[in-house]
Design a protein around this ligand. Structure first.
Ligand SMILES: Cc1cc2nc3c(=O)[nH]c(=O)nc-3n(C[C@H](O)[C@H](O)[C@H](O)COP(=O)(O)OP(=O)(O)OC[C@H]3O[C@@H](n4cnc5c(N)ncnc54)[C@H](O)[C@@H]3O)c2cc1C
Length: 359
């Protein structure tokens, strides 16, 4: 069941139009929700699952400032969610956004699997999801030994053997987490060294339950009713062997959840949303933040910072809608949005740092 937190906030102009609609309730979307709602903007946050995003799937977060002993991902997500609700953000969970459409009057329609919502500004924070390897057996054994979430499924492997595929932070940290349950954890990595943070590497190399299968890629998940093995190939020797495992956890990368934005805002070739340094997308009035944005660091601290900036910029944009710039010399963006000064070519929300509103 989705949670529907509604707190009475005055909505400007039309009662059925929100000031800001936020797509995705991970750390970036929830932070944007905190800032917008605290700025007394009517704010709705739309989330296809339960709020929290990827951190809700993370056992322990050790590198987010303010928690020297670490904090469970679930607790951190819950705190962010309560903080957004406390300032008046409406959170609608189990609500998938299917499309975003700009209108001539400057508003946006957001169509979900349940309803259509109108807003005057939009913040996109749909994050990423795990990439599928596409190897035979992967799809067939989902829920029967193939997983992307050690936090969700790790306890099922008490006393058993599992393989983790990948060499980055997620693979190594989730592999370490799995050693709490499994007797043995193979780490299958295509190179001969890990990409994970050094501290995670040190812990992994010191853990007697972890065994590294270097220079190797998965070729096939094998089994009958349940997973019984993972066929791997060494890229240097070409040797193929089957690891006797009961579970396979894939951490081989991510894809952005931006398919619904095709043709709406500009994205890079991998599908990540392109913005300027103020989080403004190619569509006036639409901002983006977090892992779904084309940025160099996919971490909570980054997502939170970008969420704050997107929210402040969205509020600046709304301020200028409420107090339109003089028409003389102005021009209107193609979709019929607010008047913007022609000389600078700036869009609303692009004012100098000195006049940024107090968030
Ligand atoms: C296993 C794992 C461990 C990690 N550990 C750490 C760590 O220790 N420290 C750290 O800093 N980072 C860690 N990260 C990375 C961190 O979780 C992400 O950087 C962060 O969650 C990104 O936040 P976000 O809000 O941009 O996106 P996400 O967390 O991905 O949230 C996006 C949300 O949008 C929702 N959504 C997507 N599409 C739609 C749609 N169409 N309609 C409605 N809702 C939609 C999704 O369901 C999701 O809830 C980890 C990631 C993983 C996978």
């Amino acid at each position: 069941m989705g949670l529907d937190i509604r707190i009475d906030l005055p909505r400007t102009e039309q009662s059925d139009t929100y000031d800001v609609a936020i797509v995705g309730a991970g750390p970036s979307g929830l932070t944007a929700g905190i800032y917008c709602a605290r700025g007394r903007r009517s704010t709705v946050v739309l989330e296809r699952n339960m709020a929290g995003g990827q951190i809700a799937l993370t056992e322990l977060v050790e590198n987010y400032p303010g928690f020297p002993d670490g904090i469970s991902g679930f607790d951190l997500a819950d705190r962010m969610k309560r903080q957004a609700a406390q300032f008046g953000a409406e959170l609608r969970e189990i609500t998938t956004v299917a499309s975003l459409q700009p209108h001539e009057d400057g508003c946006f329609s957001i169509t979900t699997d349940q309803e259509s919502i109108r807003s005057r500004a939009v913040i996109l924070s749909p994050g990423v999801e795990a990439k599928r390897s596409g190897i035979p057996g992967e799809a067939e054994f989902i829920g029967r030994g193939v997983s992307w979430c050690a936090t969700c499924d790790g306890a099922l492997y008490k006393g058993r053997t599992v393989a983790v595929v990948g060499g980055g932070d997620a693979a190594v940290e989730e592999g370490l987490f799995l050693t709490k349950f499994a007797d043995k954890v193979y780490v299958v990595h295509r190179r001969d060294e890990l990409r994970a943070a050094k501290i995670a590497q040190e812990r992994a190399f010191a853990n007697p339950k972890m065994e590294f299968v270097w220079d190797s890629v998965p070729r096939r998940v094998v089994g009958d009713q349940m997973v019984e093995g993972l066929e791997v190939q060494n890229l240097k020797t070409k040797e193929v062997r089957t690891l006797p495992v009961n579970g396979v956890f894939f951490y081989i990368g991510q894809i952005p959840n931006t398919a619904f934005l095709q043709g709406v805002v500009e994205r890079d070739e991998a599908g990540y949303i392109l913005t300027d340094e103020l989080m403004r997308t190619s569509l006036c009035g639409v901002f983006a933040c977090g892992d779904a944005r084309s940025n160099p660091l996919k971490q909570i601290a980054m997502a939170v910072g970008e969420g704050a900036l997107a929210a402040v910029q969205a509020q600046r944009y709304l301020d200028q809608l409420e107090c339109p710039l003089p028409a003389a010399g102005g021009q209107r963006p193609a979709w019929g949005g607010p008047t913007v000064p022609a000389a600078s070519g700036e869009r609303p929300g692009s004012g100098g740092a000195g006049d940024t509103p107090t968030p």
